[in-house]
Structure formats: C-alpha cells, structure tokens
Write a protein that binds this ligand. Structure first.
Ligand SMILES: Nc1ncnc2c1ncn2[C@@H]1O[C@H](COP(=O)(O)OP(=O)(O)O)[C@@H](O)[C@H]1O
Ligand SMILES: [Mg+2]
Length: 401
C-alpha cells in the first residue's frame, strides 16, 4: 500500500518508527507536512494539493495532528475522507477527542466509567458544581491542555473558585472534575488499534505530584490489563470514532475511570516500557483495513427523501418484547435493523431470529414515517413544523426595522 503519514515532525520518535515499520513491511510511505496542503473544492471533485502540486494517489493516511493545528489538520483529514482515501483516524474522531469536554459529553451516555465532571460558566454556579462532583479537593482542567500542563488539584473550594475565576478571566474554558484519590498519582495508558489493546502501561507520578504524565516526571511500568480495562479502552476509542488511540484511565475503586482519549498517541513511552512493536501493529492494521475508508453514514444514508437513521427503544411492557426481529414486522414496514444494543453489548447485523427484550435499543435505517410510530410518544416531537405566516403587525414591524 501507499501510506501518507500526516505529521509536522518527520524526525520525532513516533513518526520515525511508523515510517520504518511501513518500509520494513514493503509499503511505500511518505511523511506529509499537514500544513503544506491546499484544499481544493469544486463541484464533484474534492482535491488536494501538496506543496503546490496535485497530490498523487494514496491508499491510506495516518494522521498525527498536534493540538495547535486541529482546525486545519481536521480539514485536511476531512478532504481525504471526501476523496475516499482510508484515514486511520477520521476528522470527527480527532475533533471529538481533542477537547476534554466534548470527549466526556460523548462518553457519558455510554456504559463507561468516567469521573464526575461538570462545566460551568457563571460564577454563581461554581460552588454548587464543586459540591456536586464530591467537594474539595477537586480537579480543575483546561479543555485543551496536554502533558499535564492544564490540570490543577485544588485543595479547597475557595482555591478552586479563584483558579476558575483567574482562568476564565483570560477566556479559558475549564472543567471541574472529581479527584479520584484512590488512583494515587497513577494512571493506565492503553494503546488501542482497531478493536484490540495492543500495548498498555501504567504511569506513576513522582513524589507528591498527582499527575502521572511522563512530561511531569512520571515513570512507566508494564501492566497486564484485565478484561474490564481492555473493553473500556476499546469501546471508548470506538465511541469516539478512533481506530488508533491512546486511552487514559484512572484506576478507580469501582474499576476504570476514563480521563481522555488521544488521537495521536506518542509511541516512545509505550514502546520503551513494553518493548512491543506498536508502530508495526498500527501499520499492519491499516494495511488490513485499507479497503474500508471511513464514511459518514448519516451523510450517505439520509440523502434519500423520507429515509433516515434512528434508534428505536423497546420499553418495558412493549408489544415487541418476546417477538423476534422477523416477527416484529419492521422489515415489511421498510425498516432495517443495523445493530442491536443491549446493556453494554452491541450485536451488529442481528439475525431475523433474534428475540427482542425490554431495554433493547435498535439502530435502524428505514422509512422515517414508519419509524415515527415506533418512537414512544414522550420523545416524539413534530419533525416538520409548519411554517406560519407572521401576523400583520409583526410583519410591518420587521419591514421598518
Ligand atoms: N480526576 C482526576 N483524579 C485524579 N487524578 C487525575 C484526574 N484527572 C487527571 N489526573 C492526573 O493528571 C494527569 C493529567 O490529566 P489528563 O486529563 O490526562 O490531562 P493531559 O491531557 O494534560 O494529560 C493524569 O494522567 C492523571 O495522573
Ligand atoms: Mg493525559
């Protein structure tokens, strides 16, 4: 395959290793500086120029987008997606994981352990928010910090309040998060590639430091993750839409507490700690998946008028309980079940003979009119509000202003 690595630092450890791994496997590979692309748009033909020349054909790209160039970097990835080139991480995945709030918002509705987190703007809401996440000591975090820089442990509510005030006065957005004290300056980094954890390490902070980042002096050790940690890491990466990710978890009293998902995980720390060929695993994965470029399912499936994707819930007492998907009659009503979500399990492409249970959630594609009847009344809203004519006086007011 011909692989492009999107990176601004061709000589850093991770980029070097990825390039070597690709060469060693007989692939063609080139490191492309993300900022040297031009994105060309014309009806029907999205195109890319690199250093002023039309970019040659690539089978796959592996984006390594730094936090400082997220906007341009994700635009470049999006362009590759529009050109049907396989991208190891999609533009949506990279944007979702970049901002800690967005990441937590997306993960919170799934069955994944996360430290209680809150986001406030108004001064008056700060104290109650601290109380809701368990009181001081409490963690204050910048939304886009990396390497531990924007993470502060506030010992008292007063300190937390003044830190937040200071940061907000410089127009920085901050999160408040429960301090997971039992994790004692340790966290776990799992490197997810596809649907597997290919390597994992524990990072342990130095002395009284609570942040275990290697850049803050944390040391690393090999760790054998149990199934719960592995599954959490893989699911988090999948929910975020990332096929290559570094998933950071605290070791909470009740199991993994997910902190962040990195879309350009560094390889030096983890390869040194584990002595595993992580770069090789990433390249092999890309080579195996290259025929399945990321596509925005909504973008593709909602173009037919009257058709769309929605999730149907099977509530307690529903007439569908105990029936199979075949007996449910969904297919006759022009509705296909794409996946069945049951608790934490996801059953892709469920068989027609599969029984339905209370609490099931069915991701369906089909005729919206048919699916509307299946949405419980409470959640139903008018999908196509009628456009009304303004009353006479309002219309004349609008004319004069
Ligand atoms: N809620 C928390 N409770 C305890 N320790 C935390 C918490 N959040 C972060 N930490 C510590 O601080 C480190 C950095 O936090 P993280 O959210 O990963 O930010 P960064 O992006 O800067 O690495 C973590 O690796 C962990 O050791
Ligand atoms: Mg981190």
């Amino acid at each position: 395959m011909k692989l492009g690595i999107l990176s601004r630092s061709p000589n850093c450890y991770s980029t070097r290793r990825l390039r070597e791994a690709a060469v060693a496997r007989g692939h063609k590979v080139r490191v492309l500086n993300t900022l040297k692309f031009s994105i060309d748009l014309q009806q029907g033909e999205p195109d890319l120029y690199y250093r002023g020349k039309r970019l040659s054909d690539y089978d796959a790209v592996l984006p390594r987008i730094g936090a400082s160039i997220t906007y341009f970097g994700t635009a470049v990835i999006r362009q590759f997606e529009q050109m049907d080139v396989f991208t190891a991480n999609g533009s949506i995945g990279v944007s979702n994981s970049r901002d800690k709030l967005r990441c937590m918002q997306i993960l919170a509705r799934h069955h994944i352990g996360i430290p209680a987190t809150t986001f406030v703007k108004d001064r008056a809401d700060v104290l109650p928010a601290i109380k809701r996440v368990g009181g001081a000591p409490v963690i204050v975090k910048l939304l886009e910090g990396t390497q531990g820089v924007g993470v502060i442990l506030a010992e008292t509510e007063k300190t937390a309040e003044s830190i937040i005030e200071t940061l907000q006065s410089t127009l920085q957005n901050v999160l408040l998060q429960k301090f997971v004290a039992e994790s004692k300056g340790r966290d776990v980094r799992a490197l997810v590639v596809g649907d597997q954890v290919v390597a994992a390490m524990r990072r342990v902070a130095q002395g009284s430091e609570f942040r275990s980042n290697v850049h803050r002096g944390g040391r690393t050790e090999v760790v054998e993750l149990d199934d719960q940690y592995r599954e959490t890491a893989v699911r988090a990466a999948q929910i975020m839409g990332l096929r290559v990710a570094g998933v950071d978890m605290l070791e909470g009293a009740d199991g993994p507490q997910l902190m962040e998902v990195n879309s350009s995980p560094g390889l030096e720390g983890i390869e040194t700690a584990t002595q595993l060929d992580v770069a090789g695993a990433i390249v092999d994965y890309i080579a195996a998946q290259v025929d399945f470029p990321e596509l925005d399912v909504r973008q593709r499936l909602t173009v037919s008028r009257g058709y769309g994707v929605t999730e149907l819930h099977i509530p307690e007492g529903s007439e569908y309980i105990g029936r199979t998907i075949l007996e449910s009659g969904l297919r006759e009503r022009d509705v296909n079940v794409l996946t069945l979500n049951r608790g934490t399990t996801v059953i892709p492409n469920p068989k027609p003979s599969r029984d339905l249970q209370a609490g099931d959630r069915l991701l369906c594609f089909g005729r919206l009119e048919s699916m509307r009847d299946l949405i419980p009344a409470r959640a139903r809203r008018a999908r196509r509000p009628k456009v009304k004519v303004l009353p006479d006086d309002a219309a004349s007011d609008a004319k004069t202003s």
